[in-house]
Design a protein around this ligand. Structure first.
Ligand code: G3P
Length: 225
């Protein structure tokens, strides 16, 4: 499962990319809104960090098909190749997906709460769908199960499409989807850091270091022995 960053904080993206195997990123209008009133400058800085070889999913704002298509054209024009146009899975969104995918653009259906939204996105030419795992959980349904059902729809219909699961609030949600073979998960910085935040991991590493230093000297490593 590929790991993407669902955030627009430049310092955090730089830090996470330095540490972890990051395959790309995503944003949404609410994430961008947290960082001021100049989203194009921010998106271009983020694109520079990812490089054009990584996928970057960027959302449209308009709510009518014509406006969504215009937003999509501008997003790819500004941010270059391997930018996926993230379009909400609503009726006007499907109309825009059909047009943009026919033009050869890469499309991600987003704001997915139900498997049938994903089905319509696949039939409309979307390459990815982004189901909102934790938001579904908070509605009293099972977000992980919704994602698994969407994966089953892909497999049983042989759609040439993938899932980028989104909206995570804990590691267990990510783990279950990783074990199921979902293509991608896009996670905020805190969720990614939490994959290895266990006190047991730190205690184990501290003990290794202390044992070694006791035997060979403070600050000694394999490189400076
Ligand atoms: O980008 C869409 C999705 O990740 C939203 O997540 O945390 O706002 O539920 P969240």
């Amino acid at each position: 499962m590929k790991l993407l960053i669902d955030d627009a904080n430049i310092e955090e993206i730089r830090r996470l990319m330095d540490l972890y195997p990051i395959s790309g990123g995503s944003t949404n209008p609410s994430i961008l809104a947290k960082y001021g009133s100049d989203p194009w400058t921010l998106l271009k800085q983020i694109r520079t960090l990812y490089g054009t070889e990584r996928d970057f999913h960027v959302q449209t704002i308009a709510t009518d098909a014509q406006g969504i298509i215009a937003d999509g054209h501008r997003i790819v024009q500004e941010l270059g190749e391997n930018t996926l146009i993230k379009i909400p899975c609503m009726p006007e969104g499907f109309k825009a997906m059909k047009a943009l995918s026919k033009e050869g653009y890469r499309v991600t259906g987003t704001a997915v709460y139900t498997p049938l939204q994903a089905y319509l996105a696949f039939e409309s030419g979307a390459e990815y769908v982004a189901p909102y795992v934790d938001r579904i959980d908070n509605m009293g349904y099972d977000g992980v199960q919704v994602v698994k059902t969407i994966q089953d729809i892909i497999d049983s219909n042989a759609y040439d499409a993938k899932i980028m699961a989104a909206s995570f609030k804990n590691s267990q949600q990510v783990l279950e989807l990783c074990a199921y073979g979902i293509d991608s998960a896009t996670c905020g910085p805190a969720i990614i850091d939490n994959f290895t935040a266990s006190a047991a991991i730190k205690a184990a590493v501290d003990k290794f270091t202390n044992d070694f230093e006791k035997a060979v000297g403070q600050g000694k490593t394999m490189a400076n022995l």
